[in-house]
Design a binder for this molecule. Structure first.
Ligand code: ATP
Ligand code: F6P
Length: 444
């Protein structure tokens, strides 16, 4: 049974354990989907881990050719089964030590293999969610092969063109035995999500609970069209100058200069002049920062992008907080991610309220977000897989535009500095300095 509770750490789903079993022919984006799901869940502090059967298989067969994957190759068959067994055994061990969502990343392309996995999971009370990626677009598949397969450890040191041909033959061997989930109508009891042509069409069957539906909804929103996300803090504010937190202050004269420079900085980083959609918070300093951007850019204000609510400490300097609430000041330094201001929020709370923003970002193309220090840290942590305990300490300088470009297995980052001086609002552990220079190991 699933129990959903809300406590000071936010919403938690207890008791449910799910194995997401990926299904599909090679080069259909299964590993891509698995790593995105893992990153999203870990960002939400849900214990999630991917078990990639290919990595286990490489122990015995590091560089197999297409023949290894032929259905009539008994040695290949044996080694592939052994790799699946080792991955599943490790995953079950991980579930026993508190894992919540395990992702079994393999082709799982036959009914027999799926029943075998299902039986093991059911015996241990773990729910199974099959996620199948189907795609017959030959150009996209060849692009996927060239993009990620020819550089895989399976083909290290080999000619990329020969590697691509061999990989195409490997797929042909899988095609001979591949059975799409419930294609014959005898797997209707399974819980599954089928993504056809990168989510153009979606089939959902027997989703059981809240956690499953969250994973399904997230995966339905993914796309692979090229795009970037731009992140900027607002220009320097009068509160920043005073070393005060929170509030709804306006921009300092240097903050105004940044607002005027932002359109040029954006144009330089976009390159081809395509229009962006701009999201700001509802606070005056972000709206003022975005106000000189071209009128052709759609602008939207999100309450969810407002700065972390510092409750009774709003408007205080860090020294003021230490004087008035010394225990709170120490508690925040002790566990900055979980510390919730009296009457306000923690970083963990901010992550939870940002979930709709992340969903919308996944669905969208080019977006520029003008927001605040804490919120930007949380969004950055999602894209760059930053440890939640460390992300609240990250330095995010004012007057700097960050461009993030998602790639197949990671995110590229570029920074564009406006070269307009601003105070540093970064604060090291224990410090109450009004403005402090960050130490080198937290520059990112
Ligand atoms: P294998 O079975 O060899 O491990 P795979 O199915 O795990 O293959 P990936 O390694 O994830 O394939 O392939 C990554 C490529 O797939 C990326 O280039 C990515 O853009 C693309 N991709 C992501 N999602 C999809 C999708 N739903 N359909 C087709 N391609 C996708
Ligand atoms: O100082 C600027 C600011 O955006 C404050 O409004 C906010 O409380 C603070 O940064 C968040 O940063 P930290 O979590 O490091 O205190």
């Amino acid at each position: 049974m699933t129990k959903v509770t809300s406590n000071r750490r936010g919403v938690q789903v207890e008791d449910t354990k799910i194995c997401v079993v990926m299904v599909g022919l090679p080069a259909r984006g299964k590993s891509y989907i698995a790593q995105k799901a893992q990153r999203y869940l870990q960002w939400l502090s849900i214990e999630a881990r991917t078990f990639n059967v290919g990595n286990y298989r490489r122990n015995d067969a590091p560089q197999p050719n297409a023949e290894f994957f032929a259905a009539n190759n008994p040695d290949g068959e044996r080694m592939r089964k052994a790799a699946a067994e080792a991955a599943v055994a490790d995953m079950m061990g991980w579930f026993r030590t508190g894992g919540v969502i395990g992702i079994l990343d393999a082709t799982n392309s036959t009914k027999t293999r799926r029943r075998w996995v299902e039986d093991i999971l059911t015996r241990e009370g773990i729910e199974t969610l099959y996620v199948e990626s189907k795609c017959d677009d030959e150009d996209l598949i060849m692009a996927n092969i060239r993009d990620v397969k020819t550089t895989s450890p399976d083909y290290r040191g080999q000619d990329p063109e020969k590697a691509a041909q061999d990989f195409r033959n490997r797929i042909r061997n899988y095609e001979k035995v591949y059975q799409s989930v419930d294609a014959d109508g005898d797997e209707g009891d399974l819980t599954y999500l089928k993504l056809m042509d990168v989510g153009k069409q979606v089939i959902i069957n027997r989703i059981k609970d809240y956690l499953q539906s969250r994973v399904v909804y997230y995966l339905m929103n993914l796309h692979i069209r090229p795009r970037s996300v731009w992140l900027s803090r607002h220009g320097e504010s009068t509160y920043n100058l005073d070393g005060r937190i929170g509030g709804d202050s306006l921009l300092s004269p240097r903050g105004e200069m940044y607002a005027k420079k932002l359109p040029e900085l954006v144009a330089k980083s976009v390159g081809d002049g395509r229009p962006l959609t701009v999201w700001t918070s509802t606070l005056r300093r972000t709206i003022a920062t975005a106000r000189h951007l071209p009128a052709t850019y759609n602008q939207l204000q999100w309450k969810a992008l407002d700065e972390l609510d510092s409750g009774v400490c709003d408007g205080y300097t860090y020294q003021g907080i230490k004087d008035k609430y010394p225990e709170d000041f120490a508690a925040r330094d002790e566990d900055k991610y979980n510390y919730r201001y009296r009457g306000g929020e923690s970083y963990r709370d901010v992550v939870i309220r940002l979930e709709p923003i992340i969903m919308e970002l996944e669905r969208s193309e080019d977006i520029l977000i003008v927001t605040h220090q804490a919120v930007l840290r949380c969004i950055y942590a999602y894209f760059m897989k930053k440890d939640q305990a460390k992300s609240p300490w990250m330095n995010v300088p004012l007057h700097t535009l960050i461009k993030l470009t998602p790639r197949a297995y990671g995110t590229d980052e570029e920074r564009f500095e406006a070269n307009i001086p601003a105070v540093s609002t970064w604060r090291g552990k224990g410090s109450t300095a009004k403005h402090e220079d960050p130490i080198p190991d937290v520059l990112r």
